[in-house]
Each structure stands twice: as C-alpha cells, then as structure tokens.
Design a binder for this molecule. Structure first.
Ligand code: G3H
Ligand code: 13P
Ligand code: ZN
Length: 316
C-alpha cells in the first residue's frame, strides 16, 4: 500500500538525490506519474492540493491513489508511493486527510506568526504521528506570482529559526523559501537575461544548523520553455513565463533538499499537447485522443525529471 515519507527521505538525503512530488487532479495525471515512476524505478510522492480536493473530491483522489498503487504492482513494480496533502492550512483539514488514509500531510503555517506556526504544526504532528503519518512544515514565505519583484516580496527562511522549529514541532521535513515561487511566472526577467539564482547560501546555513534534516523545495517547476513556445504557437498567451533552471534544481537535489514539488510543468505539458492536438485535428472530438496525447507528454516529462534532474531514477 501507501507508505509515509520517512524511509524515502532518509535514503534521499544520504544518497544526494530528491524524491519527486507531483501534484495530481485527474486520472490522466495520476496514470502518467505512476507509469513514468514505475518505468524509471523512482520512489514517488503524489500530492493533493486544496484546489485538487475542491476539483476532484478528497475521497475520490484517495481511492484513485490506492488504485494507482494496485496498477503499479500489477505492472510488476515495487516502488514506494506516498499520498501527501499539499499546503494543508488547518488542523481539521490535516486530520481529515490522516483519517481518510493519506500517508503524509503538509501543514503550511508559514503565513502565521512564528509562535502560532509552531503551535499549529505541533498539534498536527501529534495527531499524524499517532497514525504513522509524516508531516511537512514550512518556514518562510514563497513569493506570489503577482509580486512585482520576486525577491523583494518573498520572505526567505530565517536559518536561525529552523533548529528551534523542528525541535519544538517534531516535523519530519521542512519546506523552505530560498527564492522559488509557485506558478509559471516565477521571475521577472528582461529579454536574454537569466533568472536570479536561488539562495544557496541560505540553504547552506540551514543545513549547517540541522544537518541531515529533510528539506523540501516548493515552486520548483522549470517552466519548460518548449511547452511555453508550443502553447504560444497554438493560440495561447504566456509571454514571460519562466521557472527554475534544471541546473539549479540539480544542485538543490544534491544537497539536503530531498523533496521537490512539481505542478506547473505538468500543467504546461498538458496544455501544450492539448492545444497542439486541437489545432491539428479540428474534427476530433474524443477526449481520449487529446488527453491521451497530453498523458503521453506527461510520461516523457516525468521520466526526464526523475532521470536527469532529481536523480531519483533507479532509487526505488
Ligand atoms: O501549491 C500550489 C500547487 O501548485 C497547487 O495548486 O491549489 O491550484 O491546485 P492548486
Ligand atoms: P510549481 O508551481 O513550481 O510547480 O510548484 C508546485 C508546488 O510547490 C506545489 O506545492
Ligand atoms: Zn507548494
């Protein structure tokens, strides 16, 4: 069945790679994640956001994940699979996911005061651990896509807080803010310029204070330029979409970062292939055709991430 993240993080930290955490909202995404991870023999975390719960229903998603585990085993693969709540914001929501069979939850108290974040996270940890469910907490705030200049609006994780936070809360992993943000417009960059590097100095200081502790990187999509180009070519409008370079992600994965969250790249892959399919096949009306094209692209994307960016391929 599903497993919590404890064992996979331990191996990832010592092995210098990161476990992929892919968001899913529907059948095609989940199938693609499972097939790609089984075929690359990668441990995997599939995660459900608040938005995903609203779109697809928490119970449905939980049983889909169980079905996916069964499918993978029938494929002859034994990869570890965790089902994780992404960005839980209340104790009640985390409890509901623990009760319904999730193997891991995130309590994102990063928008609260430090003291309130500690208290809320502690409460979730006590409940979750009693059910053998692992917990991800967060310190520092990721910039929103609406911010004018990303770096000025994000609140980087304060390294001097991390030791106290993990000690007081008992979390199993810690999400940090070192310059990434959610969505497809992570950095405002001028033509021909590179996005600013992540704050590896802050990450190093965090590692120094809590050596070997599992660190999580949110907002880690590369915003694959080929997909943005395809989307724009076939009627979309995503000028200025930019993400974290693969080189930066490789560097993060080799460090204490042992979970890398990817949602936007999958959305872009689906949108690019659906737009292309629609433009090239105006008479087609079977959703399996265009969703099939999207799913095929997702498998390719995820295999590439596992093999060439996160280093999780072959680690199951
Ligand atoms: O953290 C953000 C994830 O990409 C999930 O986004 O709430 O739109 O599903 P969502
Ligand atoms: P991206 O928007 O960069 O894919 O980040 C996803 C994420 O952090 C989900 O929690
Ligand atoms: Zn996130």
């Amino acid at each position: 069945g599903l497993v919590n993240t404890r064992e996979m993080f331990k191996k990832a930290v010592s092995g210098g790679y990161a476990i992929p955490a892919y968001n899913f909202n529907n059948l095609e995404q989940l199938q693609a994640i499972m097939v790609a991870c089984a075929e690359t023999s990668s441990p995997v975390i599939v995660q459900v956001s608040k938005g995903a719960r609203e779109y697809a229903n928490q119970t449905m998603l939980r049983y889909m994940a169980m079905g996916a585990v069964r499918m993978v085993r029938e494929m002859g693969s034994n990869i570890p699979i965790a089902l994780h709540l992404d960005h839980g914001d209340t104790f009640e929501l985390c409890k509901s996911c623990v009760d319904s069979g999730f193997s891991s939850v995130m309590i994102d108290g990063s928008h609260h005061s430090y003291e309130d974040n500690v208290a809320l996270t502690r409460k979730v940890v006590e409940y979750a651990h009693a059910h053998d469910v692992t917990v991800e907490g967060e310190l520092g705030v990721l910039a929103g896509i609406e911010d004018e200049v990303q770096a000025e609006h994000s609140t980087y994780t304060k390294p001097e807080e991390v030791e106290d936070f993990v000690g007081k809360t008992g979390v199993d992993s810690l999400a940090i803010s070192i310059g990434t943000s959610h969505g497809a417009f992570k950095f405002k960059v001028k033509e021909g310029e590179e996005p600013p590097p992540l704050r590896f100095d802050i990450l190093a200081e965090i590692e120094r204070r809590i050596p070997g502790f599992p660190i999580v990187l949110h907002g880690a999509s590369s915003v694959v330029p080929e997909y943005v180009e395809l989307i724009n070519k076939y009627g979309g409008k995503m000028e200025g979409a930019v993400g974290v370079s693969e080189e930066q992600l490789r560097r993060a994965a080799a460090s204490a970062v042992c979970k890398i969250n990817i949602d936007s790249d999958g959305r872009l892959a689906v949108t690019a292939r659906v737009r292309e399919f629609m433009a090239k096949n105006p008479g087609e009306f079977d959703p399996r055709k265009y969703l099939g094209a999207a799913r095929k692209e997702l498998v390719k994307l995820i295999k590439h991430k596992n093999e060439a960016v996160l280093g999780s391929a072959g680690k199951a």
